[in-house]
Structure formats: structure tokens, C-alpha cells
Write a protein that binds this ligand. Sequence first.
Ligand code: HEM
Ligand code: NAG
Ligand code: NAG
Length: 473
Amino acid sequence: MGVIILYGFFCALLLFSLFKKHWGKPQQRGNLPPGSMGWSYIGETLQLYSQNPDVFFATRQKRFGEIFKTHILGYPCVMLASPEAIRFVLVTKADLFKPTYPRSKEQLIGPSAIFFHQGAYHSQMRKLVQGSFSLKIIRNLVPEIEAIAMSTLESWCGGKIVNTFYELKKFTFDVAVLSIFGDLDSPIKEKLRKNYCILDKGYNSFPLSLPGTSYNTSVLARKKIGQILFEIIRVRKEKNSVQNDFLGSLLNFKDEKGEILRDDQILDNIIGVLFAAQDTTASILTWILKYIHDDPKLLEAIKKEQKPFFEANDGGNLPLTWAQTRNMPLTNGVIMESLRMASIISFTFREAVTDVEYNGYLIPKGWKVLPLFRNIHHNPNFFTEPQTFNSSRFEVGPKYNTFMPFGIGVHACPGNEVAKLEMLILIHHLVNRFRWEVVVSSSGVQYAPFPVPEQGLPAKFWKESSANMRGQD
Ligand code: HEM
Ligand SMILES: *[C@@H]1O[C@H](CO)[C@@H](O)[C@H](O)[C@H]1NC(C)=O
Ligand SMILES: *[C@@H]1O[C@H](CO)[C@@H](O)[C@H](O)[C@H]1NC(C)=O
């Protein structure tokens, strides 16, 4: 299915680019970076999708060095494969490179969502998001995240085959809803879930506004989410309840002129956080389950770290404490190494807002710029034997500026702590109470749209005690 989505996405962008040529015509101030632009702009794009992207980037990096030009989806691009160049674009000269997304995605998520912006509005929203997902706030969510983790894991049991990725998307959705709305009544949450699932399907569909297309259905689902949200806000106002969750911060916000946020700004930013939080965290968790499953010694080591907490908490009857979650170095190393290995956000996109010179090369105005995170994470100069999963490598910190699974600079992920926390909590309960067996074990990768193990890692789960009885020990 992912392949079909990817194919659809590709066709959509291809058609777009045929209608809307976007060739930058730079005045020759400096030299363009080396690289091949492909025999036509379709050329390089096909190669990117028909090969393992690692191979595409690695062969070009070998030929051309740390910065090279190419075409992707009809746009002239500059690819960056060195920590210094990435830092230049995302941190030091971040104001010269603006975020850029396909227009249809911007429409579906909402144009006022944080990640489409630069400048004053972006920094205001960023402060707000960072505050709502800071350690000070999320430390209070541990017991509720735990309850969600346990009921999610229990719902998988009984020997049926579950699509791990699909089920984890429910978990990460529930945690996102918790951090946005606090406790939400079940019927409202289910209505939200139903409509968000429809919206989610549209993100990578062809943006055709005709009745019955998946894009049209998504637009309608988005409108419904708006209605649900305004109902939640109305009830809150009626009850006069002030809450310090994300919605509460959005409602309480006032800029320096005393202006509050418009309803559409609130809606766009809530959908934005749901979008940013759900697939990313679920994809990484799916990889973690695969890596642990494929390496029994690793599973034993994690259990050895997690068991004492489980026992200290009366066999899981008492909630995990914040201090316990801060004291899981080995499990934490597994998460970091999984983030590196899977590098699900392989790269990001920016666009030069003016002609920019970097190291003697010209990056022309209007060109796309792609920092290649995955390429850095898999570079043997920074990570020895990069294709080997080795969580011990994070016992000493990575080299400066070589590990950026959450990005860097002004748009770096403000949700990284809550993502890591929910992963720690899920792993804690998974290894202490459950056993699992992967049904389709292959090295295949699928793009959904982030890379996940083939077919979403179909697996069977059992409670630990019944697993023992089945002789699974
Ligand atoms: C393992 C899970 C996650 C990964 C790997 C991840 C990764 C990233 C990356 C690489 C960026 C920067 C993109 C860029 O510079 O273009 C980003 C931005 C962002 N992430 Fe995450 N993320 C994760 C989970 C979350 C969660 C749980 C939230 C919920 C709060 C979240 C909210 C955001 C937001 C709002 C932005 C945009 C920030 C801005 O533009 O200033 N992410 N994320
Ligand atoms: C979607 O289709 C319906 C008819 O089923 C139509 O009324 C509506 O305008 C369309 N919406 C969009 C966004 O194209
Ligand atoms: C894993 O990494 C550690 C630290 O970098 C290293 O000492 C160890 O030899 C590595 N283990 C394997 C199996 O490669």
C-alpha cells in the first residue's frame, strides 16, 4: 500500500511539475555546486525512487562531495551531506532558507501550522509549543501515558496477527490527543480519531478536488475536525476551565499587542501537532520492536534494566515515576540507535529566499535545499560500522553535530522529549509483561510515508504468563 501511496504521490508531483516549471535562472555570481541534473528532470527523480535512497545519495556524494546539485520532482535542488553545510542552512543562516512543503499538504494540515512559517509568528508559536511539551509539563503525563500503553498492548494479545505499525499509530495518536486536550471524553475522542484517519489518508494523495476523491474526502474530514474542536472549546469556555495542555496554551495566548489567536490558527496548529507526532513516533517504535525482536541478547539486556523498576513498582501495580524514566540508560541507547539506524526523516526541505553563497558555491534563489540527515547518520567517518545496530555507541556522545534525528536549529523538533518518553514507557511494559513473535520477518522496507518494516511488521503478542504456558520462553 505504501508503494502505491508513494507512487500516487510521485505521479501527482510529476504532473504538477510538468505544468509549473520552476527553473531558477541565477545570475552567475559564484559556481553552482557540482552534480548532474539528469537528462531531464524526470530522470533523477525516477532514479531516486527506483533505488534505495541511500545508494542514490551515497554514489553522488562519492562523485561530487558534500554538496551537489540535482533535480527532484522538477525542482532544481542542492543536496547537503556534511554536518557543516547542514548547520549553515538550518542554524547559522536559517533566515535565508524558508521551509517548503507541497501546497496540498499545507492546505490539508492548515496554512497557519507552525512548520510552514518563519520569523515573528513562527517564534511565537514555537515558544508556545515548546512550553506545552517541556519536561516540566510532560513529567505529569507519565501515569496517563502508561495507562494508554498498557491498554494498547493488551488489546493486541490473544494470538491474532496485528499490524504493528497500524496499532502503534493508535497509541501515538492517543498520546498526542492526551498532550493536546488532556482527558477527553471517549465519544469525542472516537469521533476525532475517525475523522483524523480519513484526513491522514489524504496527506499523500493526488490533490484533486472532485467528489469522491481521497483528497476531497480528506478536506471534508478536516472540516468535521474543526467542528469537533470548536465544540470542545465551547464546553471548556462554558465550564470556565483553564488547563495547561496544548489547547489551553493556544487559548490563553496573547501577543505583545494583546491579540489572541484566531480559531483557524488554533485548529491548524492542533492538526499540525497531530501530524508531526503520530506517524513519526509510530514508525520509530515499529523499528524498535523489530530490532529488539531480531536480537534476543538485546531483549535480555533491556529486560535486565527494566525488571528492577517493574518489581519496585509492585509488579507494575504502581505507576512508573518520573525519576525511573530518567534512569534507563540502556533503553535510551536503544532508542537513540534506532533513531540513527532507521533515520525515518531521511532529509528535510528548505528553499533559498535569496542567492546564497556557501564555501564558494552559489545556491540560487528559489532552489530547494535538502539537508540529508540519514546520510550523516550512516557515514562511517561519524559512526563506525554504520549498518550495524549497536546501542553501546551512544554510551559516549556522538561527534558534534552528527546526530540530528530531530533536526537542528529554529525548526528542530519541539516534541522530542515527549516522543522519547512515550517510547520508554511502551518498551517498559512491553518487555516486562509481553512476548511477541514477528510473523513476516524480512529486511524489506515500505514507505508509509516514512520508512517502516515491510507490511508494518505483522506480529503476534501474548501476555508473559500465557506465553510461558505456550512454551515460548
Ligand atoms: C520519534 C518521533 C519524532 C521525530 C523523529 C521527529 C522529527 C522531527 C524533525 C526532524 C523535525 C524538523 C523538521 C525540519 O527541520 O524541517 C521536527 C519538527 C517538528 N516536530 Fe517532530 N519528531 C518526532 C515526534 C514529534 C512529536 C511527538 C511531536 C509533538 C509535539 C512533534 C512536533 C513537531 C513540530 C511541531 C515540529 C515543527 C517545529 C518547527 O517548525 O518549529 N514531533 N520533528
Ligand atoms: C467534494 O465533493 C462534494 C460533493 O460530493 C462537493 O460538494 C464539494 O464541494 C467537494 N469539495 C471539495 C473540497 O472539492
Ligand atoms: C559497539 O560500540 C562500542 C562503543 O563504540 C564498541 O566498543 C563495541 O566494540 C561495538 N560492538 C560491536 C559488536 O561492534
